[in-house]
Design a protein around this ligand. Structure first.
Ligand code: ZN
Length: 243
């Protein structure tokens, strides 16, 4: 089965449409979304509608849970809290109800799926080998997929060894056939690993490979929509830097 793994769309319709077009071109069997459909970007309704139409699995992310009111905004940065309030003011009831129905973790094809981490599906940022080691020990499946950090990467471990990991650039392919893995496709709508292109991952659970991919999209369009919505300009600017 060939699956498109994606995460952290964050209301960026321009990026999401570009990624979904490429997943269709690639003829994937399914699209799985690891959460944070909303927050930061200017098109939350369009993004939830697209996800409901195209994704067979959708997890809840911390920003989704902030918009539904299930998570307090106290732990959010100022920009993130402003964007969550704004999203609450424009989100359609039907989409809000849908977000309320989502869970931050799941499982499919033997892969553990988490918005953030196997230890803390909502909040933990897995960006160090030390934390990855703890996650690999905690995860029930051999392979976990996470989002949340907005950094395309992988950590892996063989039997006794310690976990090691690396950021992943466009075109890199990992052989998942052996060992324990934690993989992150990066972010569709707000990449933070220095590559501003929209990120996704092509997962083949027959061949057991993961291919990190990036897609060009209309960054100016997404940034203009953020400014037009009256959201903080910094949320528009960072799209161009991929930070
Ligand atoms: Zn996110």
């Amino acid at each position: 089965m060939r699956t498109a793994l994606l995460s952290d769309v964050h209301g960026n319709r321009h990026a999401f449409e570009a990624v979904l077009a490429e997943t269709a071109e690639q003829g994937v069997d399914a699209v799985w979304c690891l959460g944070d459909l909303v927050g930061y970007g200017a098109d939350p309704n369009a993004c939830v509608a697209l996800a409901r139409e195209r994704c067979s699995i959708i997890l809840a992310g911390n920003h989704d849970l902030a918009v539904t009111g299930d998570l307090s905004l106290e732990e959010f940065s100022r920009g993130a809290a402003l964007a969550a309030h704004w999203t609450q003011s424009v989100i359609e009831d039907e989409h809000l109800e849908f977000l309320r129905s989502l869970a931050p973790e799941g499982e499919a094809e033997g892969i553990g799926l988490y918005h953030a981490s196997p230890r803390d599906p909502i909040w933990e940022y897995v960006l160090s080998s030390m934390l990855a080691d703890l996650c690999l020990t905690a995860q029930p499946e051999r392979i976990s997929a996470v989002g949340h950090s907005h950094v395309a990467l992988s950590f892996s471990r063989d039997q006794e060894a310690e976990a090691s990991g690396t950021p992943r650039e466009a075109g890199e392919i990992a052989d998942l056939a052996g060992g324990e893995w934690l993989i992150n496709p990066g972010s569709v709508g707000q990449p933070r690993d220095g590559d501003p292109r929209a990120a996704w991952l092509l997962l083949d659970t027959g061949a057991w490979t993961a291919e990190w991919r990036r897609v060009e999209y209309d960054i100016e369009g997404a940034a203009a929509a953020i400014r037009a919505a009256g959201l903080p300009g910094s949320l528009a600017d960072r799209l161009g830097y991929g930070q």
